[in-house]
Write a protein that binds this ligand. Sequence first.
Ligand code: SF4
Ligand code: SF4
Length: 446
Amino acid sequence: MDRREFFKFGLGGAALAAGGSLTPAEASSSQKRVPQGHPWWVKTLEKSKLAIDNAVYSRYKSQNNVFGSFARYYGQEKMKELYRNSQEKTAKYYQEKRPGYKLEDRALADASWVISRLGGLNRGTRSWNRKFIRTPEERGIDKYQGTPEAAARLIKAAARYFGAATTGIAILDRRHICSEERDKKIVFENVHEPYGDEEKLVIPDKCTYAIAVSILMPIDNIQCSPTAISSAGSAMGYSRAEFLVAGLAEFIRGLGYTAIPSVNDLGSSVAIALDAGLGELGRTNRLISPEYGPMVRLAKILTDLPLATDRPIDFGLQEFCQTCKRCAEACPSGCLSFKDEPDFEVCGEWNNPGHQAWFENAPKCLAYWRESTSGCSICIAVCPWSKKDKTMIHQLVKTTSARMPFLAGFFTAMDEAFGYGRQKRADQWWKLNLPEYGIDTTQGKG
Ligand code: SF4
Ligand code: SF4
């Protein structure tokens, strides 16, 4: 029996029997309850399922993130050794002409970063102030006056136009914003425009909204992990994020409002995206979206444009992760948690304490990136929620998983048995008939 037959007669039947309540009528009434544009089987919640300890959770110093804490964790000698080994391996792989590590593969990865390198905290594409656009004042007209609902619709349409896979909006929780970054304090003040000086970066108090966007990564690249081809896929996600936040921020300024664009800098994109209902937190301690799984990068924009907000969502992911554990099993560095339940126990300074999660030992992950010579996305590639195939059967599996996450073990085993998540050959990537930017925007969309 092949995969399709199995699903047709086995799982398909089981899923339909178990999911007997999933009638078109229910789907249509669910749809009315889901205004955020997610598939109908995604529920919205008043607040996130994961608890926050308000006595502990606070703003985080970005110097403590994995890149900052890496050397403190391993010490200088080990760092030098990791670097030396990485250099030697890189040279060896070149000589061997190993697929995924050849000159053309490395060149593609480096080239994919080029737009991403144009931005930084309050710099280039991520400038906190206007670049070129004319404001309504300069045009001699009033600023945008639409309702928050109308403004949210504009923002979501514009974000999509600039390349967002999904967009959500939340009231900004300032605790998600770093207290300092690169030795500069990040503060909120009652000012009209954001500004930075030698000591601090200032966010206007009036910026009370956060727009979260997800950017799809090219799954054909990520599935070649860990090679330079998969590294190119991550880089492409970051470069497209740069284009997206630069365009969307200028659009907001063109409406007459303030916009502070950010990718991985400034604060936790994951925390903001969770509040804005883009997904749930998975075992990887990263966002998993119902449409695209973990195959997304995240970015955000803070603004004073009044916007209708979205709510956190539930598609049974945390319950699914409790059984699945596939990312933790596949992780070559052993840095992901095997605990059954998310909890409050952090692994080190790189984790911001005070919220419930499956915390990871991030420096081990980064050490593996050095060891592999080209980064790693294995945990993304193997996740059963990462799917290119938009066939009916995968939608049925997702739908059923959302309603009956206790079937996770079964689905995960089947996913593995059919070879999903297995590493793809990097030399074959060059022969694919690729869509634009290597992404298929319908991939996995429910
Ligand atoms: S990127 Fe690789 S090393 Fe890091 S957590 Fe994922 S699988 Fe593990
Ligand atoms: S691989 Fe499994 S456990 Fe890991 S994030 Fe995906 S669903 Fe959760």
